[in-house]
Write a protein of this length. Structure first.
Length: 296
């Protein structure tokens, strides 16, 4: 069986597709099957097409799809407030959903799932790491089809724009419209790898971030970086460090070391932050880092 053109196009973009019912329920056990860290094979896609004819389809957002994300505007007027439609529709793929607009993007780093604005006054929803975004040719349960607003292609593949530091960019524009990002809970004022704990204040400063990066980079090598990523994620999560701040540290480390497995590092971080807070005590954090960094 040959894949339909639309599906082949998504595969060429590196997107992870899974089948859904019309009511947005996954038809496969996608998390258990590992589709947060791998894309389905051609054989799996062919089997799903045969088993679930006429089903809906969604992209698993985040690192498995090359840091793909979607901006979901329930109200078209909010889309018009946030973007200049003519401009954004020349730059990236835009989809009309059952009642609003989806704007597709690729980030240069991990982006999470979050809302901009309180539930009753929400400006938009960001579908990031581990989220599902329904894509054409899906059809909503109401009978309304998901359709592309624009017809952008580059070399035969649908165009999706790269947004540098997408999460920060989203919040910058949101502030212009009167929406403010929730404050970080903690602030690291300094780091001492020999100490039992970090000094905590209100947020992560640039200086503190650089101290952490400088301390870790010399040891971020094959055979050690997997453990370091786990311990550093555990430290940040246990101390209540903002995930955005943690991502900044990971991004700086990966760039400084040219880590070719960057996606895996951000997946480790994301999974740690998704854990039940009551289980974080089981993770190694500062003790694991001290062992690794002093084991010379």
């Amino acid at each position: 069986m040959n894949l339909p053109d639309w599906m082949s196009n998504y595969c060429e973009l590196g997107l992870c597709l899974i089948p859904l019912t019309k009511h947005k329920i996954p038809l496969v056990r996608w998390k258990e099957a590992g589709f947060q860290i791998r894309r389905p094979t051609k054989e799996e896609l062919e089997r799903w097409l045969a088993e679930y004819p006429g089903c809906n389809w969604a992209v698993v957002c985040g690192s498995v799809s090359g840091f793909f994300f979607g901006l979901d505007f329930d109200l078209v007027q909010n889309y018009h407030r946030f973007f200049e439609p003519e401009r954004i529709e020349r730059e990236t793929t835009v989809v009309r959903s059952s009642r609003g607009i989806h704007v597709w993007g690729i980030s240069d780093r991990l982006i999470g799932k979050f809302d901009v604005g309180p539930a009753k006054e929400r400006l938009l929803e960001v579908h990031g790491e581990g989220s599902l975004l329904i894509v054409p040719p899906s059809v909503h349960a109401s009978g309304v089809a998901y359709q592309f607003v624009n017809n952008l292609y580059e070399k035969g593949v649908r165009k999706v724009a790269l947004f540098k530091d997408a999460e920060a960019s989203i919040w910058r524009q949101a502030r212009v419209l009167g929406y403010h990002r929730p404050a970080s809970t903690y602030h690291v004022t300094g780091i001492n790898w020999a100490a039992n704990s970090l000094e905590l204040d209100r947020r992560l400063t640039d200086a503190s971030r650089q101290k952490i990066v400088d301390a870790v980079v010399p040891y971020w090598t094959r055979g050690r970086r997997n453990k370091l990523a786990m311990y550093l994620s555990g430290l940040f999560a246990k101390r209540g460090i903002s995930k955005v701040d943690a991502e900044e540290v990971f991004n700086a480390i990966c760039e400084a070391t040219a880590d070719e497995e960057r996606n895996q590092r951000f997946t480790t971080l994301q999974r740690t932050y998704q854990r039940d807070p009551n289980t974080l005590g089981r993770l190694k954090g500062i003790t694991g880092l001290r062992e690794e960094l002093q084991d010379e």
